[in-house]
Design a protein around this ligand. Structure first.
Ligand code: K7E
Ligand code: CUA
Length: 702
């Protein structure tokens, strides 16, 4: 053996010392110290502000240089978050065609996270766990991967009509699916597919204690994936609404206790569940009660004209307690294996009534006390307000003006209408505050209208009953809007987000495809006005609805409760490898890899298998410190995991291609993160090494 020269020793020592220093930086003590420093600097106590003349001069200069006016400075002061300060609210927004949910801090408008639901997402390791990823399996429809969604309406779980911060549901309009997100770890746990219909719209909405998650349909179709041409529209097409039973203890929808209601083939639109005074009911708008079937090519009016002919459509009024009783009494029939209460049963049991509603309505929203239903008709400048008391009375007294073609009684409009308030052009959706005001989006006016509630509502605004109070212009074409806890029994008011569809010139041009624009309105601090105080481009999909929950209601875990936690099952997994378990075992061609991950190494660092082996790979992230996340990828095998502190993950794949594959940590976790790697050696069949040029050839020919 050759002796090392003194110079060599010196170099080695320098290297070792350097490595030691780097490791010391990442020792638990050092990390704790660093975190302590971070925390202290992040939560500096705010002292009362006194602006010196020098500071005022500086502020004035900055404002003038940047062409800011006083309103701009005030807006900045209302939304700016000093480093480390946390937002007051979390906005859970649909992610539109991205198939995800976005979580945004309010008032800062900072994107906190996306939550993958209907679309595989690699950072979260969602859908990249081997050949038969359970998530991808759950996204299949009729055996076909459908790996995107058009998310429209998120619904936070509620207790007594108030957000409880435990779960979040989200609907996929394109494929009639629901996602269930557990807000302890902000992770999608379940995707259910509606067996009756291809697409939906009025989803998700929850009953006041989240007994049911409601999924309303939209376009009439032949229920159960049937076939019929437009000639048979009235006979064969139907609408539907599904009541998914939610098992809170399991954190899952219980498909075996769920059922649907058959509806006429009107195009059911948005829905809202009653609460307090209207608990036990829910309401769905509809349009195309004309039952237009489109088809310019056949000389019929196009849908947009045919579906807008009548002056009135039907508000669907559903007594869901009666529906539940009918389902439990065995009155449902199975369609495509799913229990369906037929229209005739709904009429017989008094489950379904209609009330006329003006011209192609879109949103229906129940006031905080549950007494009134606000319907916004996109082709009518008014919102129409119905009273649950009047509805119940009209049903009891059988005040029907007619029956529709399917025998559903239509309540007398004047008997159930409480008020109509003229707001402007294209009213769509309504939210509420804590002071007796309602806020309605005006799509065509590009404005938010504030108006006062009336009647026997709990909170009264000073302007008197049912009055338009004011409008704030937004840019441009607002769809939904969302006030803080604005659809619960106790809204907060404070902030309102306008989900504007077009941003046109509001931001730098990003090509012909432009972001949406979320605009924050201050609906409290500015007194009688409600100025826009922030514009936030959303360049990842077209969100529809969102809900804003007080951040302190969320009971989010900082790390998984125990090391070896299986997030799919929300429990400690008996399969999770522990320290000392690591290694590779084989039975026939089945290989089991048990691995642990901790800063900054995977154990084992070499895994040897044979080409064609079926590999089950289990990893436990041994970390217990907040944010100590590792990733794990095997390039070429489509594997990428996010290993959050304490998380246990298992994936399976067939090692169908020989070669030596580095696997590595994909999350920059420590100074020696690049060293957090290892090799998967897939030995070629016949035991021969793959010559380099053959390997190149194979790679090139793929
Ligand atoms: Cu108005 Cu799907 Cu609620 Cu879009 S929907 S805006
Ligand atoms: Cu672990 Cu990077």
């Amino acid at each position: 053996m050759r002796m090392a020269s003194p110079t060599r020793y010196r170099t080695m020592w320098t290297l070792l010392l350097a490595a030691g220093a780097a490791l010391a930086c990442f020792s638990p003590d050092a990390i704790a110290q660093q975190e302590g420093r971070r925390r202290r600097s992040g939560t500096q106590e705010a002292k009362p502000v006194e602006i010196t003349p020098e500071q005022l001069a500086q502020l004035t200069k900055i404002a003038n240089d940047r062409k800011l006016n006083v309103d701009d400075l005030l807006a900045a002061a209302k939304t700016f978050m000093p480093s480390g300060r946390h937002d007051e609210y979390v906005l859970f927004s649909s992610g539109g065609q991205s198939g995800q949910v976005f979580a945004i801090g309010i008032p800062s408008m900072r994107l906190l996270r996306s939550i993958a639901v209907f679309t595989p997402e690699s950072w979260q390791g969602y859908g990249f766990a081997g050949d038969k990823d359970p998530i991808r399996e759950s996204l299949k429809i009729n055996g076909k991967p459908v790996e995107w969604g058009d998310t429209h309406h998120p619904a936070l779980s509620e207790t007594k009509g108030d957000y409880d911060g435990e779960f979040l549901f989200i609907g996929d309009k394109a494929n009639a699916r629901l996602g269930v997100i557990d807000l302890r770890d902000w992770d999608c746990k379940q995707v259910v597919k509606n067996p009756l219909t291809i697409s939906d719209h009025g989803a998700a909405f929850v009953t006041p204690n989240t007994d049911y998650v409601i999924e309303g349909g939209q376009y009439g179709t032949v229920l159960g994936y049937g076939y019929a041409l437009p000639e048979d529209y009235k006979k064969s097409y139907r609408g539907m609404v599904t009541m998914w039973k939610f098992d809170r203890a399991k954190g899952r929808i219980d498909e075996s206790q769920s059922f649907a209601l058959e509806l006429p083939p009107y195009w059911q639109d948005l829905a809202d569940a009653g609460k307090l005074a209207s608990d036990g009911w829910f309401f769905i708008n509809s349009f195309n009660t004309e039952m237009a079937t489109g088809g310019v090519e056949k000389g019929s009016p196009p849908f947009e004209a045919g579906a807008s002919k009548r002056d009135m459509d039907y508000l669907h009024i559903i007594d869901w307690k009666k529906a539940e009783a009918a389902f439990k009494a065995g009155k449902a029939e199975k369609v495509n294996g799913f229990p369906l209460l037929k229209l005739a049963t709904l009429v017989e049991e008094g489950i379904l009534h209609f009330a006329p509603e003006p011209k192609s309505p879109h949103g229906v929203d129940v006031t905080p006390d549950g007494k009134y239903m606000v319907v916004a008709g996109k082709l009518d400048p008014h919102v129409t307000v119905y009273s649950i008391e009047r509805i119940k009375k009209a049903i009891a007294e059988k005040k029907f003006s007619s029956k529709d073609e399917y025998g559903v009684p239509v309540l007398d409009f004047d008997a159930v209408r409480e008020a109509q308030v003229e707001l402007g052009l294209g009213p769509l959706h309504t939210q509420f505050d804590d002071k007796g005001y309602a806020y309605t989006s005006l799509f065509l006016d590009s404005a938010v209208a504030r108006w006062s509630l009336g009647g026997e509502t709990a909170k009264k605004a000073p302007e008197g009953d049912w009055k338009l109070v004011q409008k704030t212009p937004v840019q441009y074409n607002i769809g939904h809007l969302c006030a803080a806890e604005g659809d619960t029994v106790s809204p907060d008011g404070n902030f309102l987000v306008s989900m504007s569809k077009w941003s046109v010139d509001r931001f730098l041009t990003t090509g012909p495809l432009l972001p949406q624009n979320f605009q924050l309105l201050d609906i409290v601090q500015s007194g009688t006005t409600m100025p826009v105080i922030y514009d936030s481009p959303i360049g990842v999909g077209e969100p529809h609805y969102c809900q804003m929950i007080r951040a302190d209601k969320l009971k989010t875990w900082k790390v998984y409760p125990e090391v070896g936690w299986d997030p799919h099952k929300q429990m400690l997994s008996p399969d999770a490898p522990k320290k000392g378990d690591e290694g590779v075992t084989r039975e026939g061609n089945k290989v089991l890899v048990k691995m642990t991950a901790v800063r900054s190494h995977f154990k084992p660092e070499h895994v040897e298998v044979n080409e064609g082996d079926v590999i089950t790979w289990r990893i436990t992230a041994m970390e217990t410190a907040q944010d100590a996340t590792h990733g794990f990828c095997i390039g070429g095998y489509n594997v990428n995991l996010s290993l959050e502190p304490g998380e246990y993950t298992e994936f399976t794949f067939t090692a169908d291609r020989a070669g030596t594959y580095p696997y590595y940590c994909t999350e920059f976790c420590s100074a020696l993160h690049l060293e957090m790697m290892g090799y998967l050696h897939v030995k070629p069949k016949g035991n021969a090494a793959v010559p380099a040029k053959d390997a190149d050839h194979v790679a090139a020919s793929k």
